[in-house]
Design a protein around this ligand. Structure first.
Ligand SMILES: Nc1ncnc2c1ncn2[C@@H]1O[C@H](COP(=O)(O)OP(=O)(O)OP(=O)(O)O)[C@@H](O)[C@H]1O
Length: 256
């Protein structure tokens, strides 16, 4: 469980997050949706301690223990939550398998073990990255680089993953593969995967829970069928949609 308690956040004089209180269940795929500028990335960076927590509390439950992000040691936090941001600058002179090994740093601290190598190999296979393993990052396409970055985050093997728009640059095949892989990780390895998505139909198809945000506030939390409605889409995005049903999950079509 992730517990967010009365989170508020300012940048300069502007209030970006307004008193967010939220409990997110364990072992689920949770989609965080909302319009540009709603505060989704800011919330993630506060949750992952990339920005200092100004107001409120954030904790991650691990083995009946609540890890508060303010008091948690850096190494413990790195074994608790991994985050993929939107702007990822990677050193181009690294090979793909070397970047994945970076994800193991909290465990090996610079001295990889056989176990770390096995983990990297497992993730290379799971994400169909073996053909790229020896390539330098600077030689990869945008989508390939994105897939490698996500694989590095998964190598970190944390119980909580925060992925900010992971489907950026991914084609239809790789987007679907990634969402299925994340669902498997979540349901079979009890990982909690929170994903910012702009593709509402991906959220509708793969999320167990959808959280909607607008203007720094959480508007709704629930199952896709309950949250992704004509009214919610109008309220969030000011678009008129038709909501269809496919195997019990909503599918939206822009009807403007
Ligand atoms: N460094 C900054 N300085 C000033 N304002 C900022 C800064 N970073 C973010 N903001 C503002 O905070 C608000 C929330 O931004 P944030 O990036 O969290 O939104 P988002 O929901 O992730 O948006 P998007 O879907 O466009 O990625 C926006 O109004 C943005 O302009």
């Amino acid at each position: 469980m992730i517990k967010l308690n009365n989170i508020s956040h300012h940048i300069g004089k502007q209030k970006i997050l307004h008193d967010i209180t939220l409990s997110l269940p364990t072992a689920q795929v949770i989609a965080l949706i909302g319009p540009n500028g709603a505060g989704k990335s800011t919330l993630f960076s506060v949750m992952a301690r990339l920005q200092p927590l100004q107001d409120g509390q954030v904790s991650f439950a691990v083995d009946n223990e609540e890890r508060d992000i303010v008091s948690c040691q850096a190494r413990t936090l790195a074994k608790t939550v991994a985050m993929l941001g939107q702007d990822n600058h990677v050193q181009g002179r690294l090979r793909v398998h070397e970047l994945l090994m970076f994800g193991r740093y909290p465990y090996h601290q610079g001295q990889p073990t056989v176990g770390d190598q096995q983990k990297v190999q497992e993730i290379l296979e799971r994400f169909e990255l073996e053909p790229l393993a020896e390539r330098f990052l600077s030689t990869l396409s945008g989508g390939q680089r994105q897939r490698v970055l996500i694989a590095m985050i998964v190598c970190q093997d944390t119980p909580y993953l925060l992925l900010d728009e992971p489907l950026n640059n991914l084609d239809m095949y790789h987007a679907g593969r990634l969402m299925r892989e994340l669902r498997t990780l979540s349901h079979s390895q009890q990982k909690t995967v929170v994903i910012v998505l702009h593709d509402i139909n991906q959220a509708a198809q793969f999320a167990d829970t959808v959280v909607t945000m607008k203007a720094g506030e959480v508007m709704a939390v629930g199952r896709p069928a309950d949250v992704i409605t004509q009214e919610t889409m109008k309220d969030l995005y000011n678009v008129d949609v038709t909501v269809l049903n496919h195997q019990g999950r909503p599918v939206i079509v822009d009807t403007v």
